[in-house]
Ligand binder design. Structure first.
Ligand code: FAD
Length: 488
């Protein structure tokens, strides 16, 4: 039997474990470590609450964990699996794990923010990253444990009407949808959204989604784009200025691009003048009360604030042009413009964290992190910062390997590929550490009695509890409350 620890129980951690247990000819004992008492990573804390179908992967993970988890999973299975929650793996714990496991796989996602790097970004009230905002409406525990930040109070939001989002990927569109529909009860009633957040943001009426490049470089997908347009049935109107569409070379568009352009053109027409029935599903009311707009070819250069209360008052944007190298650059011949706004969300992507920077750093693993703090790797095997060679028995899968791009399906494909590489590695490696018992592993890795690790069965208990509180569930926000419910 060979032993494997996987760090992180998001889609990549689970899919890597799933693939290994399905495909490995060698008996495996897999431990999935998670910093929260609860599993599933961004499936639980990232995916928008009005996209419940995306979370179906959790069913797959649950079935497989139920089947393999020791001691009550089938004892006939040659493999074993255990979930250990409420334990954050840091540099030192990783070091210890590497010494007692045949293989360790980093699957801990991206838990930080990419930044604009402009004045006012870090010290202005009402400027947050998409990660912070998404965490709030998804009841992410770390936030709930800290003293609530000022921007989360309903007092703060009373005067927030105009919001700008920098970046135009799917996360930006999720946020725009949440901001503008928060006052529509029927839209959210059968979701697990944090109700305090939807209640707070209900006065938001205008959202601008700002991109550095042009319409053709938009990063969102058509599904999410269509969802925004379809909000017109609730009196929410979208707009893209025709000047951003006039230069689009239709002959160069792929299928998705052609569809997207058709969508814009049709939805921009009055309802009765649309030619395709696809865009006439729901007649909008006669007046619109909320508005969203895509704004292209702008670079944020400065965040301006009201000196009396440190709140954001506007954002200064430079106008971009396409240069001779076909790059989007600031057009210095044009003056900057100011948009008065009450709240700014930077949606530039999530960023990885170097695990060697977590913990006391007594034992460093010398993992080479590059780019946006991603674990560099060769076919999934992590490279050393000392000699740039693969570190024996250390792999990475999911967003910490690929960066914060890709949906759950692409994360799954990546995890399966890494799983295959791990099997090849284990078949060639001689050592075998038989760390079968959860107690052994915990005693070796957890150096104090302060830890309250949670098991898969603890999660099942909490899961049932949350499902009783609401449909589909009401998430418990506070970690101390989670542990109380579990009985720890
Ligand atoms: C806002 C948002 C919306 C999205 N919407 C969709 C969508 O609609 N459809 C879709 O298909 N995809 C969507 N995605 C993408 C999808 O969430 C990712 O593809 C996927 O979650 C990446 O999986 P991962 O396991 O690599 O990372 P994560 O999901 O981030 O999982 C990492 C896990 O590791 C844990 N962890 C972190 N550090 C440690 C540590 N030191 N020790 C132990 N555990 C640790 C974390 O708590 C987490 O559970 C969305 C992403 C975001 C951000």
């Amino acid at each position: 039997m060979k032993s494997i620890s996987i760090i992180g129980s998001g889609p990549s951690g689970f899919y890597t474990a799933y693939h290994l247990l399905k495909k490995s000819p060698i008996p495996l004992n897999i431990t999935l470590w998670e910093k929260f008492p609860v599993p599933f990573g961004l499936s639980r804390y990232g995916v928008a609450p009005d996209h419940p179908e995306v979370k179906n992967c959790e069913e797959t993970f649950t079935q497989f964990a139920n089947a393999y988890t020791i001691p009550s999973g089938s004892n006939n299975l040659m493999h074993k699996f255990q979930f250990i929650g409420n334990v954050q793996i840091d540099s030192e714990k990783l070091f210890k794990l590497r010494s007692i496991q045949d293989c360790v796989i980093l699957s801990y996602g991206c838990n930080n923010d990419k930044k604009l790097g402009i004045p006012g970004e870090n010290d202005t009230l009402g400027v947050v990253s998409s990660r912070q905002f998404v965490n709030w409406y998804n009841s992410y525990p770390e936030n709930a444990c800290a003293t609530p930040e000022q921007w989360k109070g309903s007092d703060f939001w009373k005067n927030v009407k105009n919001v700008a989002i920098i970046g135009n990927g799917n996360v930006a569109l999720d946020i725009c949808r949440v901001l503008l529909t928060s006052n529509i009860k029927q839209y959210w009633q059968n979701t697990d959204i944090n109700q305090a957040s939807t209640e707070a943001i209900k006065h938001v009426s205008n959202v601008k989604i700002i991109g550095r490049r042009g319409y053709e470089q938009s990063k969102f997908t058509n599904k999410e784009f269509r969802e925004l347009w379809e909000l017109e049935k609730y009196g929410i109107k979208g707009n893209i200025d025709s000047k951003y569409l006039s230069n689009v070379d239709e002959s160069k568009l792929d299928r998705a691009g052609t569809r997207r352009l058709e969508m814009v053109k049709e939805y921009m027409k009055p309802f009765d003048q649309r030619t395709k029935k696809n865009y006439k599903k729901f007649k909008p009311p006669s007046t619109f009360t909320k508005f969203w707009e895509f704004d292209y070819m702008k670079t944020p250069v400065k965040i301006n604030k009201d000196a009396r209360n440190n709140r954001i008052s506007s954002i200064t944007l430079a106008i971009n042009k396409v240069n001779e190298m076909n790059k989007f650059v600031i057009d210095n011949s044009k003056p900057c413009i100011d948009y008065p706004i009450d709240f700014l969300i930077t949606s530039l992507g999530y960023k990885g964290v170097n695990i060697d920077e977590l913990g006391c750093q007594k034992h460093l693993n010398n993992i080479k992190f590059a780019g946006d703090h991603l674990a560099t790797n060769r076919e999934g095997q992590v490279l050393s910062s000392v000699d740039n060679k693969p570190i024996p028995g250390l792999f990475a899968s999911g967003w910490i390997k690929t960066g914060s791009k890709g949906v759950i399906v692409s994360t799954m494909i990546d995890s399966f590929t890494v799983g295959d590489e791990v099997i090849k590695y284990l078949q060639c490696s001689a050592t075998s550490n038989q760390q079968a018992s959860i107690i052994d592993l915990q005693n070796t890795v957890l150096d104090s009695t302060n830890y309250k690790p949670t098991t898969w069965f603890d999660w099942l208990k909490l899961d049932a509890y949350e499902k009783k509180l609401g449909n589909p569930r009401r998430k418990i926000i506070n970690i101390a409350d989670m542990l109380k419910i579990i009985g720890k």
